[in-house]
Write a new protein. Structure first.
Length: 366
C-alpha cells in the first residue's frame, strides 16, 4: 500500500479563484482519512489533484515517496469512486468491473478471478450479468466500488460516493466501506460534506473551509477539542450552541449576557482571566444542557431560566429548542425531561464542557 503526502498544495483556476490554499496533509499507509467541509471548500478539488484529474498550481504530491505532479492518472496506481457511479450503461456488471483490467491487457483468467473475488467481498455475485439500469442505487455503488477493488491500487479515492443514496442506505453503505477498509488494509481518501459520515468512518478527519485546512485530528479530538469556532460548529449534530457575551469578575469569573450569568469552571478560569471585561463567544454542545431537576450534583451558578419554543421527540431522546433573550439554543435531553412548549424551563449548563472563542480571530481560547 502507500503513504500519500500533500505539501503546500495550491490550486488557482483560470478565473483567478483560489480553490485550494497551502494544503499540507500526511496520509499514513493503510489510513482511512476523510476530507470534510461545506460545498466549495476545496475538498473535491484536493482529491482530484491527488488523482491527477486537476492540475496543481503549486506544491507537491507524493505517493509512496514518488512525486506524481506530472504523472498521468492511469500511472498513479490509484482507483477512484465517483458520486455518480460512472458505469457504462451498455455493459454488464461483470464487464464494467473488468473493463479497466482489459485495457491493461490482464490475462482473462486473472480478470475473471479478480472480478469474482471483488463481487464476493461486496455480495454482488448474483448481479454480474445485469446491466446498470436493472440495479438499485446501492447496487450501482457496490459495482463502482468493485471496479476500484479489482485494480488492487495503492490508494482508493472516494468523491462523495453516498450522496445519491437515501438515508437508510447511506448508513448501510458507510458501514460496508469501513468493513472493506479493514479487510483490504489499504490507504483510502474519502471526501464528504456530511460530518456524520466523517465522524463514523475516518481514522482522522481533515476539516476544510475556503480552501484552507482548519484542523486535522481524530474524530473525538475534533469533537472535544476544536481549534476554532468553525470546526466546533461544523462537527456535531445538532450543532454546537454559540452565545455572544463577555467575561466578568464576580466572585470568580463568569460568562455574562443580558439574560445569563454562568460561573466559569476553575480549569478554564486561568486562560480566560486575560479576557475580563472583553467580549467572547461561548460554545456549548446540546447534550451539555440539561433539565436542572434531573442533574445529580449541580454546580452553583451554572443554571438559567429559558423559554421553550419547540420540543422534538426523537424516540430515545428529545431535542428542546430554547430562547434566552435574543439567543436561541438547542438542548439534547433524555426522555425523562418534561419541557412544556412556551413555558419557563430551568436549564443547567455543564460549564466543564463549555468552549470559549476569541470574537476577532474565532480561535479557541486555551
Amino acid at each position: 500500500m502507500a503513504k500519500v503526502e500533500l505539501e503546500k498544495i495550491c490550486k488557482v483556476f483560470d478565473n483567478h479563484v483560489l480553490a485550494v490554499d497551502d494544503v499540507n496533509i500526511d496520509i499514513h499507509d493503510k489510513e482511512f482519512i476523510v476530507l470534510v467541509g461545506p460545498s466549495g471548500c476545496g475538498k473535491s478539488t484536493t482529491l482530484r489533484m491527488v488523482a491527477g484529474l486537476e492540475e496543481i498550481t503549486s506544491g507537491e504530491i507524493r505517493i509512496d515517496g514518488k512525486v506524481v505532479n506530472d504523472v498521468a492518472p492511469k500511472d498513479r496506481d490509484i482507483a477512484m469512486v465517483f458520486q455518480n457511479y460512472a458505469l457504462y450503461p451498455h455493459m454488464t456488471v461483470f464487464e464494467n468491473m473488468a473493463f479497466g483490467l482489459k485495457l491493461r491487457k490482464y490475462p482473462k483468467p486473472e480478470i475473471e478471478q479478480r472480478v469474482r473475488d471483488a463481487a464476493e467481498i461486496l455480495s454482488i455475485e448474483n448481479l454480474l450479468d445485469r446491466k446498470p439500469k436493472q440495479l438499485s442505487g446501492g447496487q450501482r455503488q457496490r459495482v463502482a466500488v468493485g471496479r476500484a477493488i479489482v485494480r488492487k491500487p495503492k490508494v482508493f479515492l472516494f468523491d462523495e460516493p453516498l450522496s445519491n443514496l437515501d438515508a437508510k442506505l447511506r448508513v448501510q453503505m458507510r458501514t460496508e466501506i469501513s468493513k472493506l477498509h479493514a479487510r483490504l488494509e489499504t490507504t483510502m481518501i474519502y471526501v464528504t460534506h456530511d460530518q456524520v459520515e466523517a465522524m463514523t468512518m475516518g481514522d482522522r478527519i481533515v476539516v476544510m473551509k475556503d480552501g484552507k485546512v482548519q484542523q486535522i485530528d481524530s474524530p473525538m479530538n475534533l469533537y472535544d477539542k476544536p481549534v476554532n469556532k468553525f470546526v466546533a460548529g461544523f462537527i456535531g449534530s445538532p450543532a454546537m450552541n454559540f452565545i455572544n457575551g463577555k467575561i466578568v469578575a464576580d466572585n470568580g469569573l463568569c460568562f455574562r449576557t443580558e439574560q445569563l450569568k454562568l460561573h466559569i469552571a476553575d480549569k478554564q478560569a486561568s486562560t480566560l482571566s486575560a479576557y475580563v471585561d472583553k467580549p467572547v463567544v461561548m460554545g456549548i454542545r446540546p447534550e451539555d444542557l440539561s433539565e436542572y431537576q434531573l442533574v445529580d450534583a449541580p454546580k452553583q451558578g451554572c443554571d438559567a431560566h429559558c423559554k421553550v419554543d419547540v420540543v422534538e421527540p426523537m424516540g430515545n431522546e428529545i431535542f428542546v429548542y430554547l430562547a434566552s433573550g435574543s439567543d436561541n439554543l438547542v438542548a439534547r435531553m433524555s426522555v425523562q425531561a418534561r419541557p412544556e412548549v412556551r413555558g419557563n424551563y430551568h436549564i443547567y449548563f455543564n460549564m466543564d464542557k463549555s468552549h470559549f472563542f476569541d470574537t476577532a480571530t474565532e480561535a479557541v481560547i486555551e
